[in-house]
Design a protein around this ligand. Structure first.
Ligand SMILES: [Zn+2]
Ligand SMILES: [Zn+2]
Length: 285
C-alpha cells in the first residue's frame, strides 16, 4: 500500500527502531497513522518510513511516552517540517525545553483518554525514571493495540489496561542473568533492575501470563538491550511461551538498526532482511 491509499479495515504496526539509541513505532488503524515516539532523526525516520512505502507527510500525529532522548530526539524537526501534532503529557512537555517550538502541541495529563480521528487513545502511567511516563492503548473498530515500554515494573494498572489487545508492543529489555553478569557498574545495574528501570524478559513473560489471550495476533518485543539481551533468546523464549499457551500469536522482535517485520491484518506478515531490507512476504500464522 502506498501513500494515501488507505483502507478503513487495516491495522498495521511496525517498529521503525527499538532500543536505547532510538525508538519509534508506526501504528496505523482506521485511516489514521501514528508514530509513538520519534527518537530517530527526522532524516532517519523518513528513510525507515520509506521501507513501508510511507513518508513523514503520511503521518497524522506523534504520541510521546516520556522525555528521554531515545524517544524524543527527532520530534522537533518532524513536527515543524511536516506540521505534525504532538500529543504529550503536560509535565513531560514542560520538562522538554530543548524541543523548540512545537506548532501543534496537544497536551494531556497521564491517565487521560482522547479521540484522534476515529481512534480512542488512552494513556496510562508507567513506572520509569522520567517526569511522568506513560504507555498507550489505541482502540478502533478493528480492535485494540497496546504499547508499554520503559517500565520498571508491570503494575496492576498496566496489566488492566493491556487486557484483550489484538496487537501488543511490550518491553523485553534484558535477560536478568546477563545483566547481573555484565560489566555494567553496580549503580547502573541497580537502576535498570529497579522499579523505575526497565522490564526484563522474565518480567515481560509474567505480565503476558496475565494479559495474554487467544485474540493476541501479534506480540512485538521492544527496547532490547544490545549488551544484556539477545534477539535469538527473546525470539525463542516468547515463541515457546505462545506455543505453550496454544496461541497463534506472531512474535516479532524489534531492533535498533533496522525496521522490524510488520503486522498487517490483510493476511501477510512483511519481514525485512538485515542488509538492505527488501520485503519478503510470509504467510500469516
Ligand atoms: Zn527508552
Ligand atoms: Zn526511558
Amino acid at each position: 500500500m502506498r501513500g494515501d491509499e488507505r483502507t478503513h479495515d487495516t491495522v498495521r504496526v511496525c517498529l521503525l527502531a527499538s532500543g536505547s539509541r532510538g525508538n519509534s513505532t508506526l501504528i496505523e488503524a482506521d485511516n489514521t497513522r501514528l508514530l509513538i515516539d520519534a527518537g530517530l532523526s527526522g532524516k532517519e525516520t523518513q528513510r525507515r518510513l520509506a521501507y513501508l512505502d510511507l513518508c513523514c507527510d503520511d503521518i497524522d500525529a506523534i504520541l510521546v511516552t516520556h522525555e528521554h532522548h531515545d524517544h524524543v530526539g527527532g520530534i522537533g524537526p518532524l513536527a515543524r517540517r511536516h506540521h505534525l501534532p504532538v500529543y504529550i503529557d503536560s509535565r513531560t512537555c514542560a520538562a522538554l525545553t530543548q524541543l523548540g517550538t512545537i506548532p501543534q502541541c496537544r497536551e494531556f495529563d497521564a491517565g487521560d483518554s482522547f479521540e484522534l480521528n476515529n481512534l480512542l487513545i488512552s494513556s496510562f502511567s508507567t513506572t520509569h525514571d522520567a517526569i511522568n511516563p506513560v504507555g498507550f492503548t489505541i482502540d478502533s473498530r478493528e480492535g485494540k493495540v497496546g504499547y508499554a515500554t520503559d517500565l520498571g515494573i508491570a503494575t496492576r494498572l498496566i496489566a488492566d489496561r493491556l487486557h484483550q489487545c489484538r496487537v501488543l508492543v511490550l518491553e523485553a529489555n534484558h535477560d536478568e542473568q546477563m545483566l547481573i553478569d555484565s560489566a555494567y557498574p553496580w549503580a547502573l545495574k541497580q537502576r535498570i533492575r529497579s522499579r523505575h528501570g526497565h522490564l526484563s524478559n522474565e518480567q515481560a513473560c509474567l505480565l503476558l501470563d496475565d494479559i495474554g489471550w487467544p485474540g493476541l495476533e501479534a506480540l512485538f518485543l521492544a527496547h532490547l538491550s544490545e549488551e544484556n539481551n539477545c534477539t535469538r533468546l527473546v525470539t525463542s523464549l516468547f515463541q515457546q511461551f505462545v506455543q505453550n499457551k496454544d496461541y497463534r500469536t506472531q512474535v516479532i522482535v524489534g531492533s535498533q538498526s533496522r525496521v522490524s517485520a510488520c503486522f498487517h491484518d490483510t493476511g501477510a506478515v512483511v519481514t525485512a532482511s538485515e542488509a538492505d531490507q527488501p520485503f519478503l512476504i510470509a504467510s500469516k500464522i
